[in-house]
Design a binder for this molecule. Structure first.
Ligand SMILES: Nc1ncnc2c1ncn2[C@@H]1O[C@H](COP(=O)(O)OP(=O)(O)OP(=O)(O)O)[C@@H](O)[C@H]1O
Ligand SMILES: [Mg+2]
Length: 240
């Protein structure tokens, strides 16, 4: 099991208020899975992603990453686990604007202590894999949104991480570029890359093999969620 979350809760303090944002999250992801987490704005998707990505800690609960209980780890070992084990893709690409596509993709290898010549080769191969062999020396400003996102994906996979985490990877893209990114995710998953993707769009979520829904900080299956919504519409429960 790559991800194993048990009874995860997250509260935020806002002034005197203790706001529950994640409630009793139980989630397991195995090697080779392709999961999407869907939910409306404010439902807790990014909060959950930050916890899964070891960027934030839960208030309570147990989280095993690749069998390691991460609540026992200090910040230094957490960042080591993160650098080696997790590739991140964000809505807004998060590329370094003053570096070429190649240098951006090389960065995780630099952190991992890979020597320059080998870094070049591995990063170039990752850019080839995402279809950007002819854009290696381009700067982010010289790339389209879809191309920038593909550079970010190359950077995310260049270390061969245990898992690829994507938070709204198509959120800033037009529909055609979004489709290309989804095709790339499917190809990578076919090659064995484990993917967890967050989105609020059903059409994007459908690209994964499995969908879970987060609503008001709680996870449920898509079927359960649809049923609940339909009961709410037809069954005289109070409306939103
Ligand atoms: N640092 C914080 N302090 C207090 N409350 C926070 C903090 N971060 C998030 N929240 C609250 O947690 C809830 C969930 O936020 P989160 O960013 O996880 O939502 P989301 O599902 O990613 O939404 P979106 O689709 O808009 O990105 C929101 O109600 C938000 O106000
Ligand atoms: Mg979010």
């Amino acid at each position: 099991m790559i991800l194993d979350l048990k009874e995860i809760y997250k509260n935020y303090n806002a002034g005197d208020l203790d706001v529950p944002v994640l409630k009793n999250i139980n989630l397991q992801v195995k090697e080779g899975d392709y999961l999407s987490i869907m939910g409306p704005s404010g439902s807790g998707k990014s909060t959950l992603m930050n916890i899964i990505g070891l960027l934030d800690k839960p208030t309570s609960g147990t989280y095993l990453f690749d069998g390691i209980d991460v609540s026992d780890q200090n910040d230094k070992s957490l960042s080591a686990i993160r650098n080696k084990g997790i590739g991140f893709v964000f809505q807004n690409f998060n590329l370094m604007p003053r570096e070429t596509a190649l240098a951006n993709v090389e960065l995780p290898l630099l952190y991992a202590g890979v020597k320059k010549k080998q870094r070049r080769e591995i990063a170039a191969a990752a850019l080839e894999k995402v279809g950007l062999a002819d854009r290696m020396k381009f700067f982010p400003t010289q790339l389209s949104g879809g191309q920038k996102q593909r550079v970010a994906i190359a950077r995310a996979i260049v270390n061969s991480p245990k898992i690829l985490l994507a938070d709204e990877p198509t959120g800033a893209l037009d529909s055609r570029s979004g489709e290309q990114v989804m095709e790339l995710f499917s190809k990578l998953n076919g090659e064995g890359v484990t993917i967890v993707m967050i989105t609020h769009e059903k059409i994007v979520a459908d690209c994964a093999d499995k969908i879970v829904v987060i609503y008001d900080g709680e996870l449920s299956s898509l079927g359960e969620y649809n049923e609940r919504m339909s009961r709410r519409r037809h069954g005289g429960e109070e409306n939103e």
